[in-house]
Each structure stands twice: as structure tokens, then as C-alpha cells.
Design a protein around this ligand. Structure first.
Ligand code: SF4
Length: 134
């Protein structure tokens, strides 16, 4: 995925799907959600500040806050909810889900620093250790 596609994904808050669980390049992780919220908030702040000051509508500043909530924070929260549901299923369906080296926020193996998927377990089970021993 090139940098342009990544920026579009962050900006549009594309929903993750089960395809992400099968991919070693998941589009949606906690990091991408946070970046998306920050990117959209920054753009909204810049655009609305420019409009409020150039068009003399400063008394409507609260529209800016409403816009940030509606277009940045709320979609981010919805996306996180979907991501959380997908990760719940992912941890049940994979060996990595029960391993102490698994980082669910990034769908990542902490030892190999690689994304894991339902199709790809970097260690092939060799380094698996149960969560309870952590
Ligand atoms: S050590 Fe192996 S089982 Fe554990 S998260 Fe990494 S790849 Fe998955």
C-alpha cells in the first residue's frame, strides 16, 4: 500500500473487515484510528479557523467543536468499536490470540515485530507462551 492510499484510509475512516484478519497489512489498527482522528481534527481546525476568521462568523465557534465531534471523534469511536469486535473474534480464532507476545492493538507479534493474521503465524507456534504466565 503506498503512502497516498494510507492517507486516504486515515482520512476516510475506511472500515476494517474480516479481510484485515487474514492480512499481514491490516488497514485498521488502534494506531491508524488515532492517526485518523488526529488528521481529521487538524484539517477541521485549520479549515474552520480560516472560515471563522475570514467570514466574520466568530460567534459560531461552537460549530467547530460540533464538527470535530461529528466528523472526527465519533467516526473514530465507531471504528474502534468495530475493530474491538473484530479483535475479539481474532483472538478466539488464532493461536496468537492466546499468546503473551500478542499485541491486539496493532495485530502484532511483539517478538517478531510483525503483523500476524489468521493465515500467517510468524513463529509457527514455536515461541507461543500462554497469557497467564505474563
Ligand atoms: S510468539 Fe508466535 S504465537 Fe506468540 S504472538 Fe508471536 S507469532 Fe504469535
Amino acid at each position: 500500500m503506498n503512502i497516498f492510499d494510507k492517507i486516504i484510509d486515515l482520512f476516510l475512516f475506511r472500515d476494517g473487515s474480516d479481510e484485515d484478519s487474514r492480512s499481514t497489512e491490516p488497514k485498521v489498527t488502534v494506531g491508524s484510528i488515532v492517526w485518523g482522528v488526529m488528521l481529521r481534527t487538524t484539517i477541521l481546525l485549520l479549515v474552520s479557523t480560516f472560515l471563522l476568521y475570514t467570514m466574520e462568523y466568530r460567534h459560531l465557534w461552537w460549530f467547530m467543536l460540533f464538527g470535530i465531534w461529528l466528523l472526527a471523534i465519533y467516526p473514530g469511536w465507531r471504528q474502534y468499536h468495530k475493530f474491538h469486535e473484530r479483535m475479539k473474534k481474532f483472538t478466539e480464532d488464532t493461536l496468537c490470540g492466546s499468546c503473551k507476545y500478542f499485541n491486539s492493538a496493532g495485530q502484532l507479534c511483539k517478538i517478531y515485530d510483525e503483523h500476524v493474521s489468521t493465515e500467517h503465524i510468524p513463529c509457527d507456534g514455536q515461541n507461543w507462551e500462554p497469557l497467564s504466565e505474563e
